[in-house]
Design a binder for this molecule. Structure first.
Ligand SMILES: C[S@@+](CC[C@H](N)C(=O)[O-])C[C@H]1O[C@@H](n2cnc3c(N)ncnc32)[C@H](O)[C@@H]1O
Length: 240
């Protein structure tokens, strides 16, 4: 394969929701690239990442292509989708085209992009991949509630709340600040644990940060039993 003719894959972080929370590099690439892939959960479903940057894309001169990545499928089914989508991207790269792949938040933080690149570089080891970092939901949420993530010698942990409870308990005992992503489906269990370890009054809930429907909740007890948005997280800071 001739290295010169292979295109570049740009993994572009578009931030967590506010279209102004974008790097200048992401903005330039979004306007320049002629082919941009957007992840969707099912065919025709809205793409969270695309919605954030819709105003910067121009479908009259750019090809905006949906790639389906069904969430909550079994691992084999998800791996199959990574392979299929990586193959489609590889075909364009090998044909010499530069392409973008949008990711909400940052491309290297709990993102489908990581899986796609892993498979893609197996298929096509010569491909150039450039990651354009994005503002993650963690940083944007901390800014929205003005809670420091870490200071001086403090330690910060970011983990999915679906992590089993003993793991969460250890993290809460070990780190000064813990950010729990994917908290919506397990909120009652997490609130029980926070009560148990005496940290319930140290937690703050943020959902859809940067979106018009952004929600900031300081009395997290009030969340018990509620059906929460998937795009929500908790920041638990043991110090005040
Ligand atoms: C698959 S992870 C994606 C993380 C993303 N790559 C990032 O850098 O923020 C999805 C989880 O991130 C968090 N998340 C993403 N966007 C968010 C937002 N706008 N507001 C609050 N939490 C968000 C939620 O915890 C959600 O369950």
């Amino acid at each position: 394969m001739n290295r010169q003719t292979v295109g570049t894959l740009y993994g572009i972080g578009v931030g967590p929701g506010d279209p102004e929370l974008l790097t200048l590099k992401a903005y330039r690439l979004l306007r320049e690239l002629s082919l941009v892939y957007v992840p969707v959960a099912r065919p025709g479903a809205p793409s969270y990442a695309r919605t954030i940057v819709e105003a910067y894309l121009d479908p009259s001169r750019q090809q905006i292509v949906e790639l389906v990545f069904a969430m909550r499928e079994d691992h084999e089914r998800m791996a199959e989708q990574w392979r299929i989508n990586a193959r489609r991207i590889a075909d364009e790269l090998v044909a010499g085209r530069d392409v973008g792949f949008l990711t909400e938040g940052d491309p290297l933080l709990y993102s489908t992009f990581v899986h796609v690149v892993t498979v893609l570089t197996d298929i096509c080891p010569d491909v150039a991949v450039i990651v354009v970092p994005g503002v993650s939901s963690v940083q944007a949420a901390a800014a929205a509630v003005r809670v420091p993530l870490a200071d001086r010698d403090e330690r910060l942990a970011i983990l999915p709340a679906t992590y089993e409870c003993t793991g969460l308990q250890t993290a809460l005992a070990t780190f000064d600040t813990v950010v729990l992503l994917k908290v919506a489906s397990v909120i009652d269990r997490v609130l029980d644990l926070l009560e148990e370890v005496g940290l319930i009054d140290h937690a703050v809930y943020v959902s859809r940060v940067g979106w018009p429907e952004e929600r900031l909740v300081h009395d997290v007890r009030s969340l018990r039993g509620q059906k929460l948005d998937y795009f929500s997280l908790l920041i638990i800071r043991s110090k005040r």
